[in-house]
Design a binder for this molecule. Structure first.
Ligand code: FRU
Length: 499
């Protein structure tokens, strides 16, 4: 059998060989972590180790589509400048031969431990013919990983109303001298749930309880659970599959959201409130968080969606990460804002203030395909705020963000965003004193919108022509909207390769 090291070398050589062409893709992202070549999905092992941030991800290094999963790897000193590293783990053993699925990382005694799911297919029906076990790989330098000889560390899903085969995505953390792992699961009758395990050494694990089980329309399988303390509460983040659409809610193929509550560390049961979406855009899935050396809770997600058309595949890559976002809990709701360090990318500031907008308006030098906008508007005398991004000369391409004060909804329309899938997404948002504030990060094929200090976030991939750079403000007919502040910066490239 090919050794793990040989598979790592082969995979790393494959991405290195294709890296240059991928960088020349018209949609190549400048400051988002995206695969150096070929396929990426979930963030994995997001952690801080020996003074650096490490971000791993689900990776297939031989084609721009999902295949036997490896863990790709990048690291950063500041969450902004990322360097790609050699592939970290590859499917090499009987227990993970069809994929090293999602998981997490934790430091113990100076070593970095990756916890991941070993996946094998056992027959032709991908829904039931699979075996998933929990495994560990360890590193002393954060780059080269060795799988434990004692893998798998959890060989079977527990007894009870727990599906024996769908058992994946361990997220490990430490609390009061013990380690805990929360693992994605479903019941035998297909209701999503999360399982809690405990260990005192990261190697031997004891099942504690079904921490939470879905109620009503909460999906058939919970992927990528993450449980962490924040502002005096515990937050459970989950990515449920097959939640049914309810009006403007749950229109994506799968969802990602959270519940606020409290984990009882004795019983292993999580008491919680309702499920809320984390992001109302088109492309946001399988988020994972970490706590950094300043005590911030930082989240990163896959900026794509299962079953979605990905036009960048023609250029030998697919998928990307969101920018890192800091989480805060305010009045029982999670707020997400871009981490402060991203300000380092800013250059060429343009500042405009106190302008009244009637009809359509654009401003000199307020344009771009890799930039940040900060906008504050007052809608006292207007019902509609409108903003067209990535607009071409004929206005045949435009990505349209609008807010309707009477309806109380923010809407993102990508029906004219160029190549790739279209569609409209809506998010409820109410204003205080008629004021709407927006922070918008645009990269060559993405847009991330943070409204009212991160109360609502909408993340999407878009595929306009690179020359579609114009930005147009508008308001409703016979209305006046006050643009109180408008700042725009170009953003620098911050991703490189270091092998
Ligand atoms: C979520 C997911 C995980 C799994 C991984 C496989 O997107 O389906 O549950 O571990 O992707 O790539």
């Amino acid at each position: 059998m090919t050794t793990h090291n040989e598979l790592i070398r082969k995979a790393t050589a494959s991405i290195k060989q294709h890296y240059d062409r991928v960088q020349n893709s018209e949609w190549a992202l400048q400051y988002h972590v995206a695969p150096p070549a070929f396929w990426m999905n979930d963030p994995n092992g997001f952690s801080f180790y020996k003074g650096e941030f490490h971000l791993f991800y689900q990776h297939y290094p031989y084609a721009p589509k999902w295949g036997p999963m490896h863990w790709g790897h990048a690291k950063s000193k500041d969450l902004v400048h990322w360097a790609h590293l050699p592939v970290a783990i590859a499917p090499s053993e009987d227990y993970d031969k069809d994929g090293c699925f999602s998981g997490s990382a934790i430091e113990k005694d100076g070593k970095l431990y990756l916890h991941y799911t070993g996946h094998t297919w056992t027959g032709d029906n991908p829904d039931v013919d699979l075996k998933q076990v929990q495994c560990v790989a360890v590193s002393e330098d954060g780059i080269h990983f060795t799988k434990l000889a004692t893998n798998p560390v959890i060989e079977n899903a527990p007894e009870g109303n727990i599906h024996p085969n769908h058992f994946r995505d361990p997220k490990v953390w430490e609390n009061n001298g013990f380690y805990y792992s929360i693992i994605g699961s479903r019941t035998k009758d297909n209701v999503g749930q999360a399982l809690l395990y405990r260990s005192d050494d990261l190697l031997q694990w004891e099942f504690m309880n079904v921490a939470v089980k879905g109620e009503g329309n909460q999906g058939t399988m919970w992927e990528c659970p993450d449980l962490f303390p924040l502002n005096g509460k515990d937050i459970l983040v989950i990515s449920p599959q097959d939640v049914k659409q309810e009006g403007y809610l749950y229109q994506n193929h799968h969802q990602s959201g959270y519940m606020v509550g409290k984990l009882n560390y004795e019983t292993g049961i999580f008491q919680h409130s309702d499920f809320h979406l984390l992001d109302y855009g088109f492309d946001f899935y399988a988020p994972q968080t970490m706590i950094d050396d300043q005590g911030r809770r930082i989240l990163i997600a896959w900026m794509a969606m299962w079953e979605s058309e990905m036009p960048e595949q023609k250029d030998n890559w697919a998928g990307a990460m969101t920018i890192p976002r800091e989480l805060q809990l305010k009045d029982g709701k999670l707020f997400c804002t871009p981490v402060n360090e991203l300000k380092k990318l800013r250059e060429n500031e343009i500042h405009i203030h106190n302008v009244t907008i009637e009809g359509e308006t654009s401003f000199t030098d307020i344009s771009g395909n890799c930039c940040e906008l900060q906008i504050a508007v007052n809608l006292r005398d207007a019902n509609t705020f409108g903003l067209k991004l990535r607009v071409d000369e004929e206005e045949s391409e435009a990505t349209i963000l609008s807010y309707d004060k009477r309806e109380g909804f923010l809407t993102l329309d990508r029906n004219k965003s160029g190549k790739g899938p279209g569609g409209v997404r809506k998010a409820p948002l109410s204003l205080k004193n008629d004021e709407l504030s927006l922070q918008i990060l645009i990269d060559r094929s993405s847009v991330e919108i943070f409204a009212n200090g991160g109360e609502i976030v909408m993340t999407s991939r878009i595929y306009p022509k690179q020359s579609s750079n114009n930005i147009i403000f508008y308001t409703g007919e016979n209305e006046q909207m006050k643009l109180m502040e408008l700042r725009k910066w170009n953003l620098k490239k911050s991703i490189s390769i270091s092998f």
